[in-house]
Design a protein around this ligand. Structure first.
Ligand code: ZN
Length: 320
């Protein structure tokens, strides 16, 4: 499946806490002397011991947000934790046959983008590290859990950490993407930037409000002709338009819209690569917008054309 590297989109993001934030270790028993409600920490070359947001945590958050978008539009997404109905479980037979084409073809929208145990995801999330040391912004809070019926204390009091302010920098890399995937991931990133996606623990208790900025969006086409820029217009091809008919079939790409590029009015920086070409959208640091000029048009066009065609075709296929 990923034998070739044809194209790549890299989102460079800065995520800012807009209220108390706590991202904790998902599994218990990591260090029994550390309270369960501590912000997850690691060692970092520049920062020393530091809190951070694991890439896997951001990935899970944006995945479930993308699933919500898809389900709102009546597009099927599996429950990745379901014992029998997840793509990870239902496509196990195909995995034993190493039938990568059929696995991709039959995986749901979320698994096609974010992956499953049978399929490597197209989107890779790096860990997000603080831009400066944030120790002074970590506070200890005490809470109790109240029994809803009796009104008495059910658990606690217990201490937990919360970050009150601070910023984290990270990247999301989308490789060998179809245009609908750039559109769907773009929608989720936009909503993260606009403060519509909560991160970490206690989302229903007023925790986890964040906003974000897309500092840079880098598009790279390793295949010839994947990006064309001229006269203020940028045209971008997904892998569907970079493969011939035979290869497209073998990659499990079925949507007609993926055979054509999207074109938008945009003027990103262009640089010639040793292999292929790349463009860079750079947000001005004093800009009031979350994106660089042209980014919203590009992501919007991927949604309007490729994502809308893809979901129409996906619904038809599943109705059969
Ligand atoms: Zn799935």
């Amino acid at each position: 499946m990923h034998k070739k590297l044809l194209n790549e989109a890299t989102f460079h993001l800065t995520i800012a806490a807009e209220g108390p934030l706590l991202v904790k270790l998902g599994t218990e028993g990591w260090d029994p002397t550390v309270p369960d409600m501590q912000f997850i920490r690691t060692r970092h070359a520049r920062l020393g011991e530091t809190i951070f947001i694991p890439g896997s945590s951001l990935k899970g958050t944006l995945r479930s947000y993308s699933e919500k978008i898809a389900r709102t539009l009546d597009v099927y997404c599996c429950d990745p934790f379901h014992k029998t109905d997840s793509c990870s479980k239902s496509l196990e037979g195909l995995a034993r046959e190493s039938n990568a084409t059929a696995i991709y073809d039959q995986s749901c929208v979320a698994c096609k983008l974010y992956g499953s145990t049978n399929l490597a995801g197209r989107a890779a999330f790096a860990d997000a590290y603080p831009t400066v040391d944030l120790k002074s912004h970590l506070t200890k809070r005490t809470a109790v859990a109240i029994d809803r019926v009796l009104g008495s204390v059910a658990v606690g009091p217990f201490d937990f950490e919360a970050l009150t302010e601070g910023e984290f920098a990270t990247t999301i890399r989308l490789r060998n993407f179809e245009l609908w995937q750039l559109g769907l991931l773009g929608l989720a990133v936009r909503d993260l930037c606009l403060g519509r996606v909560r991160v970490g623990y206690g989302k229903s208790r007023g925790f986890g409000s964040v906003s974000a900025r897309l500092d840079k969006l880098e598009l790279r086409s390793i295949a010839a002709g994947g990006l064309a820029l001229g006269d203020g217009e940028l045209s971008v091809k997904g892998i569907g338009a970079l493969l011939d008919d035979e290869e497209r079939k073998s990659y499990g790409i079925t949507s007609e819209a993926e055979t054509k590029p999207v074109s938008v009015a945009a003027n990103p920086e262009q640089s010639d690569e040793v292999l292929g070409s790349s463009v860079l959208f750079k947000r001005e640091s004093n800009s009031a917008d979350w994106f660089a000029p042209g980014v919203d048009a590009l992501l919007g066009e991927c949604v309007k054309t490729a994502w809308n065609s893809f979901i129409a075709e996906d619904k038809q296929r599943r109705a059969k």
